[in-house]
Design a protein around this ligand. Structure first.
Ligand SMILES: [Zn+2]
Length: 95
């Protein structure tokens, strides 16, 4: 599927550079933007146990990827697209 999105990494002219990251889509309600969340364990030496921490990241979602809540995606860093978005989704994990 082809899309008209200028910020699409496949059909637009956005240049990806820098970091890549992975996460699970937790919100797809914005226009061409999704929120991904990553959960990780942080060790607390005093109690010798791990606590769960999570980090959220706004990611540009090109229409051709058709991202839904629950999708595991890979995002790559770009120039800032808006105030909070400087990553763009480049694919789903395991595809
Ligand atoms: Zn596209």
């Amino acid at each position: 599927m082809h899309c008209e999105d200028t910020n699409c990494p496949f059909h637009g002219n956005i240049v990806i550079r820098g970091n890549t990251t992975e996460g699970r889509v937790v919100s797809a309600r914005m226009d061409k933007t999704v929120v991904i969340e990553k959960e990780y364990l942080h060790f607390i030496p005093k109690y010798k146990r791990y606590e769960r921490r999570r980090r959220r990241l706004s990611v540009h979602a090109p229409p051709c990827l058709d991202l839904r809540v629950g999708d595991e995606i890979i995002a790559a860093e770009t120039r800032p697209i808006s105030k909070t978005v400087s990553f763009v989704a480049v694919g789903k994990r395991g595809q």
